[in-house]
Ligand binder design. Structure first.
Ligand code: SF4
Length: 476
């Protein structure tokens, strides 16, 4: 089984989808690296990328073709200037060429990226066949985008690729392992996870990575709380986060995230205003995601708003402003919960529907919050279990193949459920719980396997079909 670091679960990238944007971006980068390693980089004369399964069905709305283009232009998802993306894509569409190791190679996105809507790879719902023409021969590799920006090649066993790590101090495959280590060592959940991370990273690195994730989350929140207008894609969805905050935080005070937090901390808010503020944060991040802004996969892009919203809730409504140490503990705990779902079920909507995205992010956030509020290890795991229990069976049916409806509001729901799950767990005795986290993960995976393919990020069922008729979206 794979050894997964917290920092694998939180990847800095651009929206709108980790499996359909970030994963394909990484796939093309890996393909080019393998092409070079095979000694073909100076012989290549053309490329073709064939998108199969869910990538073909919702790839346009999820910007899969744009991700392929950006990777071919040599851009990195962590560093590309998000405001320059459209200009870069326009240039490529006009020039129809890319540079590979100093050589110009023809690449016409309209011709060389192909959406094979009727072909599904037997190995995974998200597959890309990458083809390079090298003289009279071809160099062909097929890869899977397996959720959360993780990728694998079709001939690899998932999690056993060449980047597999050494075994950590406390190998955690199931929630019961984590609970046993905590009970034997007297450590909290985040301390056990930190001990494992120390096998791969220095303390300084763990802190720096945690703060980089938090800063990226805060910046996407800040931008989303200010930017108004209509989201791209043709569905006519208006950005709503700024309006949700309007009478609570004046626009000028939203320029600086610390000022925004101080203003909310000083306000005497009613319960419904608190719900509004948390919903605003979740919606702000996911509107940024839908606009191809920079966000953190948590564990995916579609669900990128849940964890920032719950962390901002803690920052705005906790007993004192959130500290760097608390940020680290939250992320270590949440990351471990996400890893349990990845190892034993899925974090890919194309494999398991929205329960695998919003459900998992809600479980991660509930556990992280419970850890900061002093929950015992049993209560932390119980918080995650409760959050997932009430997302079981949730389908993925994005309208128009875009990550907007129902995705953006779903982040708000996931965040609120996470806070409720944490609150229930910290008032409960885990010894009396009837369902364990391991059992709910198993139930989620069983549900995923039995779910109709129409509800797994294909836009062929549910709201996607209803609204395709209403708003005339031919692509659905
Ligand atoms: S419906 Fe859920 S799983 Fe599907 S794209 Fe939207 S957020 Fe992701």
């Amino acid at each position: 089984m794979a050894t997964i670091s917290t920092f694998d679960m939180f990847k800095v990238g651009v929206g709108p989808s980790s499996s359909h944007t970030l994963g394909p971006w990484r796939i093309v980068q890996r393909f080019l690296a393998e092409l070079r390693a095979a000694g073909y980089a100076d012989k290549v004369t053309g490329f073709r990328f064939e998108l199969l399964g869910s990538l073909a069905l919702t790839g346009r709305g999820h910007a899969t073709d744009k991700a392929v283009c950006l990777a071919m232009l040599g851009e990195q998802p962590e560093t590309v200037a998000v405001d320059s993306i459209e200009a870069k894509l326009t240039w490529l569409r006009g020039s129809k060429e890319v540079e590979i190791d100093g050589r110009t190679v023809v690449f016409d996105p309209a011709r060389d990226i192909v959406f094979l809507r009727n072909e599904r790879h037997p190995g995974h719902a998200n597959a890309i066949r990458c083809i390079a023409e090298v003289g009279t021969d071809t160099f062909v590799r097929t890869y899977f985008s397996i959720g959360g920006g993780f990728i694998s090649r079709d001939d690899e066993v998932e999690g056993l690729s060449s980047d597999a790590r050494a075994l950590p101090t406390y190998p955690v495959y199931h929630a019961k392992d984590l609970l046993r280590y905590c009970s034997e060592s007297g450590l909290s959940v985040s301390e056990v996870v930190r001990a494992n991370e120390r096998c791969w990273h220095s303390d300084q690195d763990i802190r720096a990575r945690s703060l980089q994730i938090w800063n990226t989350m805060r910046e996407s929140t800040r931008r989303g709380c200010r930017i108004e207008g209509v989201l791209p894609g043709g569905l006519g969805v208006h950005r709503r986060a700024p309006a949700l905050l309007r009478d609570i935080v004046p626009d000028l005070q939203r320029e600086d995230i610390e000022r925004l937090i101080r203003t909310i901390r000083a306000a005497d808010l009613k319960f419904e205003d608190l719900i509004r503020v948390v919903s605003c944060f979740a919606i702000a991040v996911n509107e940024e995601n839908a606009a191809m802004g920079r966000v953190v996969t948590a564990p995916t892009n579609g669900a990128a708003g849940v964890i920032p919203a719950v962390m901002m809730y803690r920052a705005c409504f906790g007993p004192q402003p959130i500290t760097d140490e608390e940020v680290e503990r939250f992320l270590l705990t949440a990351g471990q919960i996400g890893a349990l779902f990845k190892q034993n079920a899925t974090i890919s909507a194309a494999m398991g529907g929205c329960q695998a995205e919003i459900g998992v992010s809600s479980a991660m956030a509930a556990a992280g919050l419970c850890e900061l509020r002093g929950g015992s290890p049993g209560q932390v795991l119980m918080a995650a279990e409760i959050a997932m229990e009430h997302h079981l069976g949730m389908t993925c049916d994005p309208v128009g193949g875009l990550v907007q409806v129902p995705c953006i509001e779903r982040n708000a729901m996931g965040a609120i459920k996470a806070i409720a799950a944490c609150t229930i767990a910290e008032q409960s005795d885990p010894a009396q719980a009837r369902v364990s986290l391991d059992e709910v993960i198993e139930a989620m995976w069983d549900t995923a396997r039995e779910m109709n393919e129409r509800y797994k990020e294909t836009s062929l069922g549910g709201l996607a079909v209803k609204l395709a008729v209403t708003v005339g979206l031919a692509e659905c």
